[in-house]
Design a protein around this ligand. Sequence first.
Ligand SMILES: [Zn+2]
Length: 271
Amino acid sequence: MNVTWLAAGYCLNIEALTRRGAPWRVARYPAGFALLRHPERGAVLFDTGYHPRFHEATARWPYKAYALLTPVRVREHESAAAQIARLGVAPTDVREVIVSHFHADHLGGLKDFPRATFRFHPDAYETVRGKSGMEAVRRGFLPDLLPDDFEARSEALTGETDLPSAFAPFTRGFDVFGDESAWAVNVPGHAAGQIALIVRGDRGSVLLAADSAWSTRALRDKAGPHKLAERLFADPAEEKRSFARVSDFMARHPDALVLPSHCPEAPTVRP
Ligand SMILES: [Zn+2]
């Protein structure tokens, strides 16, 4: 399966919050997402990054708190839909969007894919379902980013099974397409029900790590997020376990490409 790594906009964050021991300076964190081209299913997205509608969705209180805490930069031509169009994939050709978790920097573009089915871990949606106001903001969720018919087009992942031993230390996962070409694995903590995706890519294994770590450097150095950042996590203890597992995966699979969603070092394609 062909995997293209892209980014739709970025946010500003303090480097020291993302990786222990890093300098206290402001850095750019791209909102990464992947375009997968499955031989039978066609175009599939893993997340969608930011979208200019983030600014509308955060124009009012209390949603404005999100934008003040996380300065976001994204322009129309940087949206997931605009970028994949330049790669020859029309938004209506996208048949599935896999949502790693329901933070606004992963949902930004969902409304641009009217024919897509949404796939995610049931726990991820359950924690934001029906939430608005401060309850939503506290979970990093902006309800205006979900398409009106989101639930009607949703198909939560079910049927977790044993994974091929080649994917250790992950032992369980969801066979997303039913052909063992991509496995969703649980990396909760940063958000409830967060998933990462292990893809058998054309050029070897790829781990789309979502927000289980901020960067590959953090994973290499085994330097997780700062204590202050942990306060924003759904479950800091689970976050540590997920980070350790992804870090272990990277160490055991030096040939695999590991892509945390916001990694500044990721080999991002800019169509
Ligand atoms: Zn997140």
